[in-house]
Every structure is written in structure tokens, then in C-alpha cells.
Design a protein. Structure first.
Length: 726
């Protein structure tokens, strides 16, 4: 009887394990990305998974864990389709979580303006600052100011409603009001009426009015990111069965996906960045058709509420015979052309059958999507398989003169301009070519940094990189695995992001490594010396993060000070950090929370698993240095490079996560999560806990008169457009 119970238990455990594995195998990438739409002045980004800063390039898609810095007299505009975020000068922000239902942004310092046109059911926007986490409750207009030199966060609600959370009851804020929070995370605040808009607010209002009234929204869903930019660069026409198509004003001989460059953005992999100011929407949504002697962009069903973003809607050209007659200069080459009307897009990253269907039906008209899905996407023992029918599709654009673009593989790897390196592909070459579902090009670090890799750029000052934890109401996602740690595994399956199982194994290997002896100074791309962003080295391999023990392993861990950001001054061992938060407000012991930003302890000696930090390792000054050990090689990916007749993937799994290592969880009195900035190394062992429901609003003291609004910065841009006041 005892043995029978054991057999039943093992059977149930196995069933649950494999069921959960099957579900996790198809955790799809988000259906949207952030569009870096507009910049003025020096704007820099730090892609997730690397420590380098690089000059930003317009039209680059951004996603979870990417950081943005606007230097003096600079501005940046980020678009999500249904919302726009604009950063004023000297602003540091991190895209903590960009998913279908969550937009979570960390504002370390500076000014952020948020305009939300529409909130979908279940969708959440949250702005995390050192004093509070503000959750948007209604669509509207908001402004956030974090003083880099003081313990204050100002929140203005021009229109809408939201709630601030921290170490106490939530504070609700409605239209026409401003709250200035101080006293650490205690939610101590002063309420006032919203101040008059300043020059930055006026600039944001004009940009909002222009987007809200774009004529292109008559022909395309308002949630197609970047569609508002089409108005002044082309015209809309009716083209038979294609319906309304947008025709760009381009030179003769122009073709889609020719003027721009490739970058590696996970979880999607190779991603197109178009050089044209209008190039975001037509390259990530819809299809291109060649009709009447001109190219037109067909957006697909206008009624689609939330179209699914794709990294590049192209078919890849390759195979063993492709490029034999082309002058690639050694090293091989790769080609592609734009997908046409009704032609299915087959992702090179791991996705579910539902995703495959949605990314197609929201971007073009397919007569029988069920037939297409069944023919081109088969779920066989949790393995994604594309039938050989991919070779049998009649691709309309494949035979259009000039439609096929081919470059040496080094052009993709180095994110070089495609137009300068492109070679002519004669029709005879295409007869021997095969259509494949991935560009078999191994990404390098330059592929992540993009076209400006190696070019000196502006970087945040020490004040923006200091240890200043921010409050989170929603539990942030884990951080990405460092690119260096998975580069070898990516090389085993060129052109495809890692599946979930391989990435998890790499995390396990990283967690087993000893802590580094010292922390290196961060370096912007192309710079050396003081303030440089070189990767810290561990024994055997550079750039590996350290392992950590659970945050609640020792009583002292609960009272540890925040971990300084890379490059920030280290406080003496045993002394309190000058940048740590002020004492919390009224205690609510029944509410758990995650507190990040404490020194990294030595690796756990227990057999439990650990989750690493994705950033530079931080030594623990209170522990003796551990002996260095060689870094084990990452595990071999479970699938190999594919040709046209192979499977999309032979791995059981999902696309490589864009945000990975789990943050620590300990008990304290906060209803929110207090976490360190995104690029800080911290312990990640403990499992995150769900944030509690917001406490009832706190009754505030009588409103006090607000301080005068900030003056426009030097060089403030003026627009000739006029809009209504807020």
C-alpha cells in the first residue's frame, strides 16, 4: 500500500511537472515594443543585458530592462501607440517591464510626461520613483519630477486619476492636483492645485495634439505604433483587393527594408531599424505590396484593436547555394525581402500557436488562418515545427526587381548601414536560393548596441548612477541574463534567441560562480579610462555576475544598506550609506514586500538554487574574498541551425526572456516593493511576493500653495502649432 501511494504521488508529480513545462514552453514575447520616436540633443540608451551606454538612434525598438538617459538640453519621446512618454533634459529612466498588460517605468531623476489615450481592460501603467510608486487609474495626462539632489518626488495629474503607494496607506490624486512626496518612502506629502504648464509641458501638449488628430488613423488602427508619422511623408490610395494602402514619397528604385540596419533585440532576435523618419509602423506591422509600378504599405484589418508587433516582416533568403555568384568578400551573406499581402510571417523565435495566429491576422488579410496555422505550425510533443510547405508559398515580392536585399553577414553582425553594403541579386541567383525562416547570423555585442557602437556618447552622472532604490507596487520582472554569458550558446544556433530551458541552465551556471573580487568601472561604448564601462571580469570569463544567498538568510540582511550602482563611490564597510532611504512610515506588519538594494552576500553553501544578478558583480565588504574558479561553459542549445526543410525549433521551450533574475523578498512593513535601480547587482534568490491591495486613501492636510513651476530649459524648443490648454 505504501509503495502504491508512492507510485501515485510520483505519477501526479510527473504530470504536474510536464504540464507546467508545456505551458512555459510557449510563454510568448510581448505583442508590443516601445518606439524611440523623437530625440533632440544627446540621448543615450543602455540595452538590457549589457553595461555599455550607446548613442540612441531613432526608430530603435526598446523593451524591458532598457535604460534611457537625456543629457543637458536634450529631450526624448517614446511611443507605445496608445500612450506617449516624454523625458526632459537630464532624465534617467528604465523600462522595468514592457508587456501586453503592464508598462512599468523607473524614474531615477528628472522629468517625465505621460500621455495615455486609452487604457485597455487589465492594463496597468506604473511610474516608480525613490519616494513612491504611482499607479495610473484612468487615461489622461501626468507629469513626474524627481529631484536628483533632494528627497522629493512631485506628481501632477493634469487629467486622470492615480494612486501613490509606499510605506503607508495609498494616496489618491485626481485631475487638477499636485502632490510632492518627501520623507523617504513614508508617503509624507504636500497637496496643492496643479501648477501652470511650463515650456516642456507646452511642447508635450503640441506633440499630443498632433498625434491625436493624425489623418492616418482613418486607415489604420490607432494602436499601430508610429502610424501618426505617415501623414507628412506619403499619401493614401485605394488599390483593389488590398484596400487602402499608404504610398511613401521615395526615390525611384526604392524598396522596403533596404535603408536601415539590423540590431539584436531579445526576445525577438534580429530586428530592423529603418532609416526613414516614418519607418517604424510600415516595418513592424502590415505588409508591403507592389502594384501599379509603385510600393504601397497595406496595414491589414483596420478594425484590429491591438495589432501584434513583429521585429521585421520579411522572408529570409539562404540555403547552401545562395550567394555563390555574389561578391560578399568572404564570410558568406544573407538576403531578405518584404512579405506580401496574405503571406504568413513565420517567427524565428519560439512562440505558441496562438501567437503565430495573432501576429498574422492582425497584420494582413489571410483567407483561412486556421488552414495556414495548421499547415505551417504544428505542435508535436511541445516542439514547434514548420512544415516543408514554407518552400511552396508563392512570394509575390520575391520576383519584383530590386525587392531582394543581400549583404555580407558582417553587415548584420556589426549593425552597419545596409544600403552601403547591399549587393545586387540577379534573378538567376534567386533560382538557386531557398526561403528560410531565420537569418543564420550569430549576434555579437555590437549587434545589441547598434549603429552607434563604439562612438563616444553622453552618460548619466554619478548622481544618477548612485545607490538610490525606487519603490515598486507591482513586483518587477527578473533581469536579463548578461549577453556575454549566453553568447556561446547563441552561436550554436545562429539567428535564433535561446529557448527557456537553455537560458535557465545558463542562469544556474552563473549562480554557481563565486563573487568577483572587485567591481570594475562602467564604460560608455567607445570610451576608456575614468568613467569607462568595461565589463568586470571573473575567473575564466569576463562579465559574469555573482551568485547570491537568499536575502533572508541572516538577520543582518534585512537591515543592509543599498548597493551602489556601478561606478558610484563605495561607503566604508560597516557604515550606513549616505544614500539609503529614510525611516519608513507607520508599520503594517501583516503586509509583505520585497526590499532590494543590499550588499551581495557570499554564495549559499546549501543545495538550494540561486538566481543571479544581470549586472556588474558587487563584492561584500564584510566577507573575505572567495577563491576564483573557472567559469563553466554555457550548455549547448538543444537545436541546431535550420534550413528551409527543417523545424523552426527542435527545442522544447520559449523565447529567451527579456527580463530574468528574480529579486529578493523579505518581510517588512511596506505595501510596495522597495528596489534598487535596474543596473545594480543585488541578491536574487528569494521568490517575489504578490503586492498587497492598496490601502485606503489617507486623509491629507489642507492643501498648501505649490512652488512655482520649473522654468523652460535653455534652448527650449518652440512649436508653431497651438493646442488647447490642459
Amino acid at each position: 500500500m505504501k509503495n502504491l501511494r508512492r507510485i501515485v504521488f510520483l505519477s501526479l508529480a510527473s504530470t504536474l511537472f510536464f504540464s507546467s513545462a508545456a505551458l512555459s514552453a510557449f510563454a510568448d514575447p510581448p505583442g508590443r515594443a516601445v518606439h524611440l520616436k523623437y530625440m533632440s540633443g544627446a540621448v543615450s540608451i543602455q540595452p538590457g543585458g549589457v553595461n555599455d551606454w550607446v548613442a540612441a538612434v531613432a526608430n530603435r525598438p526598446l523593451t524591458t530592462s532598457d535604460r534611457v538617459w537625456t543629457d543637458k538640453e536634450a529631450r526624448a519621446e517614446l511611443s507605445l501607440g496608445s500612450a506617449s512618454m516624454r523625458a526632459n533634459a537630464e532624465t534617467s529612466l528604465t523600462l522595468t517591464n514592457i508587456s501586453d498588460d503592464m508598462v512599468q517605468v523607473e524614474l531615477d531623476q528628472g522629468t517625465l510626461n505621460l500621455h495615455i489615450r486609452h487604457l485597455f481592460g487589465g492594463e496597468t501603467y506604473e511610474i516608480d520613483t525613490p519616494n513612491q510608486a504611482f499607479t495610473i487609474l484612468k487615461a489622461g495626462d501626468y507629469r513626474f519630477d524627481v529631484d536628483p539632489n533632494a528627497d522629493t518626488t512631485s506628481v501632477i495629474v493634469w487629467h486622470g486619476e492615480g494612486e501613490a503607494n509606499g510605506q503607508g496607506p495609498g494616496v489618491k490624486l485626481k485631475s487638477g492636483h499636485q502632490a510632492t512626496f518627501s520623507g523617504g518612502t513614508s508617503l509624507q506629502n504636500q497637496m496643492a492645485s496643479a501648477p501652470d504648464p511650463d515650456g516642456f509641458d507646452d511642447w508635450c501638449r503640441v506633440r499630443d495634439d498632433r498625434e491625436d488628430h493624425a489623418k492616418s488613423y482613418q486607415y489604420v488602427s490607432a494602436d499601430v505604433v508610429g502610424a501618426d508619422e505617415l501623414d507628412e511623408y506619403g499619401t493614401w490610395r485605394t488599390a483593389g483587393a488590398y484596400g487602402s494602402v499608404w504610398v511613401p514619397a521615395v526615390a525611384p528604385g526604392w524598396a522596403p527594408y533596404h535603408d536601415g540596419h539590423w540590431v539584436w533585440v531579445e526576445p525577438w532576435g534580429w530586428t530592423w531599424v529603418d532609416a526613414a523618419p516614418w519607418g517604424f509602423a510600415p516595418c513592424h506591422y502590415g505588409r508591403w505590396v507592389f502594384t501599379g509600378g509603385y510600393w504601397g504599405w497595406a496595414p491589414g484589418p483596420v478594425v484590429v484593436v491591438r495589432p501584434v508587433y513583429a521585429p521585421a516582416l520579411v522572408a529570409w533568403v539562404g540555403g547552401p547555394h545562395f550567394g555563390v555568384g555574389l561578391s560578399f568578400g568572404g564570410g558568406g551573406g544573407v538576403g531578405w525581402f518584404a512579405l506580401g499581402w496574405g503571406e504568413p510571417y513565420v517567427p524565428s523565435y519560439h512562440v505558441s500557436q496562438t501567437y503565430f495566429q495573432q501576429v498574422n491576422v492582425t497584420n494582413t488579410h489571410i483567407t483561412n488562418i486556421t488552414t495556414v496555422t495548421n499547415n505551417y505550425y504544428v505542435n508535436n510533443n511541445n516542439t514547434t515545427v514548420v512544415n516543408n510547405n514554407i518552400q511552396n508559398i508563392h512570394y509575390a515580392n520575391q520576383n519584383v526587381t530590386g525587392a531582394v536585399t543581400a549583404v555580407p553577414t558582417r553587415t548584420m553582425t556589426n549593425s552597419e548601414p545596409v544600403a552601403k553594403a547591399a549587393v545586387t541579386v540577379p534573378p538567376s541567383e534567386m533560382k538557386n536560393a531557398s526561403v528560410v525562416n531565420a537569418a543564420a547570423v550569430v549576434p555579437a555585442k555590437t549587434s545589441i548596441l547598434g549603429a552607434k557602437a563604439g562612438v563616444p556618447t553622453a552618460t548619466p552622472p554619478a548622481s544618477a548612477m548612485a545607490a538610490r532604490p525606487v519603490v515598486s507596487h507591482a513586483t518587477p520582472p527578473p533581469k536579463p541574463v548578461p549577453f556575454e554569458a549566453k553568447q556561446e550558446a547563441l552561436a550554436k544556433n545562429p539567428g535564433r534567441p535561446l529557448d527557456a530551458q537553455t537560458e535557465t541552465q545558463i542562469r544556474t551556471n552563473i549562480a554557481a560562480q563565486p563573487p568577483a573580487h572587485a567591481m570594475a568601472q562602467p564604460t560608455p561604448a567607445g570610451k576608456t579610462g575614468s568613467g569607462s564601462m568595461t565589463q568586470p571580469a571573473t575567473a575564466g570569463k569576463p562579465g559574469m555576475p555573482v551568485a547570491s544567498t537568499p536575502a533572508d538568510a541572516t538577520p543582518a540582511a534585512k537591515n543592509a544598506r543599498p548597493v551602489p550602482r556601478p561606478g558610484a563611490p563605495q561607503p566604508p564597510a560597516g557604515n550606513a550609506s549616505a544614500m539609503e532611504s529614510k525611516p519608513a512610515g507607520p508599520a503594517t506588519p501583516s503586509t509583505p514586500a520585497n526590499v532590494a538594494g543590499r550588499p551581495v552576500p557570499r554564495p549559499s553553501q546549501a543545495g538550494g538554487s540561486t538566481t543571479p544578478s544581470s549586472q556588474a558583480p558587487v563584492p561584500n565588504p564584510n566577507q573575505p574574498a572567495a577563491a576564483a574558479h573557472p567559469v563553466p561553459r554555457p550548455p549547448q542549445a538543444g537545436n541546431s541551425g535550420n534550413t528551409a526543410n527543417n523545424a523552426i525549433s527542435k527545442n522544447n521551450g520559449q523565447p529567451a526572456a527579456t527580463n530574468d533574475a528574480v529579486k529578493p523578498a523579505v518581510q517588512n512593513s511596506s505595501p510596495s516593493t522597495l528596489r534598487a535601480p535596474q543596473n545594480v547587482s543585488m541578491p536574487h534568490n528569494a521568490q517575489p511576493q504578490r503586492p498587497s491591495a492598496p490601502a485606503p486613501p489617507q486623509h491629507q492636510a489642507a492643501p498648501q500653495h505649490h512652488a512655482s513651476s520649473p522654468k523652460p530649459s535653455k534652448g527650449e524648443e518652440k512649436s508653431e502649432h497651438k493646442g488647447e490648454g490642459r
